[in-house]
Design a protein around this ligand. Structure first.
Ligand SMILES: C[S@@+](CC[C@H](N)C(=O)[O-])C[C@H]1O[C@@H](n2cnc3c(N)ncnc32)[C@H](O)[C@@H]1O
Length: 236
């Protein structure tokens, strides 16, 4: 099995996540639950590696798009309409849970993570991708929105369309408080969102070089606060 993917702008944003999951996804077939898997950007890729993937998402439109995407590449993904707050999945049934870009909009993040903990088999892993608050503060300040930036510094409330944001310390504390053991924390999209799309389109080889740079800084603690997202892998 291989996790190689074609290089495009999305690759620059997701390369670090795929790279981190490669040792987990490179072995025997796993039972994978992708909560809030949406249109299947990750789920279909994981199914292509031979894993049994279930996506639970509240959006019927997203699930229809997921179904089309899975058919196009000839893989099977079980699509279920559902919600993180009322998760109807058998306890202890998953080897790997993907929760990417969803905890931000969960009504109660602690209850949501507790439900994901219960769904995992002992030793099973959670891949948690979250919006990071420090990067959002920097983005607002760089756009000249200094008052907004200051207000966001310690704001853990679910504000706006993107929902709540987390720091690495907050995410780690949430997970350990529920009995997870955090294995790794990577910074995702340290530079990818700062680079103009036209540069990547026009400059040959620049996407590959950006992916390499993202991978090189992902585990350097000094770059972690700059990352748009945090990727934590934890086991129960
Ligand atoms: C930002 S998208 C992320 C999609 C996908 N996980 C990815 O990384 O490409 C957020 C997804 O979460 C779903 N979602 C929103 N609220 C949810 C909830 N309470 N429980 C589960 N999924 C939810 C949305 O329908 C959407 O598909």
């Amino acid at each position: 099995m291989t996790t190689e993917r074609p290089l495009d702008r999305r690759s620059a944003r997701t390369a670090v996540v795929w790279e981190t999951l490669q040792p987990i996804l490179g072995g025997d077939p796993l039972d994978v639950l992708d909560i809030g898997g949406g249109t299947g950007g990750f789920a279909v890729g994981v199914a292509r590696l031979g894993h049994r993937v279930t996506v639970v998402d509240p959006s019927p439109d997203a699930l229809a798009a997921l179904d089309r995407r899975a058919r196009e590449v000839g893989v099977s993904v079980e699509a279920r309409q559902g919600d993180l707050a009322t998760l109807d999945v058998a306890p202890g049934s998953a080897d790997l849970v993907l929760c990417h870009g969803v905890l931000e909009v969960a009504g109660d993040p602690v209850a949501a993570l507790a439900a994901l903990h219960a769904v995992l088999r002992p030793g099973g892993r959670l891949s948690l991708l979250l919006a990071q608050r420090n990067a959002a503060v920097i983005a607002r300040a760089m756009a000249g929105h200094f008052t907004e930036a200051a207000a966001l510094l310690d704001d853990t409330s679910p504000t706006g369309r993107t929902g709540r944001r987390f720091t690495a310390a907050e995410a780690t504390s949430l997970l350990t408080g529920l009995g997870f053991t955090v294995e790794s924390i990577h910074g995702v999209r340290v530079f990818a969102d700062l680079v103009p799309g036209s540069l990547l389109d026009l400059e040959p080889g620049s996407t590959a070089a950006l992916v390499e740079l993202e991978q090189a800084v992902a585990q350097r603690s000094e770059f972690l606060p700059l990352a748009t997202q945090l990727h934590l892998v934890a086991h129960r």
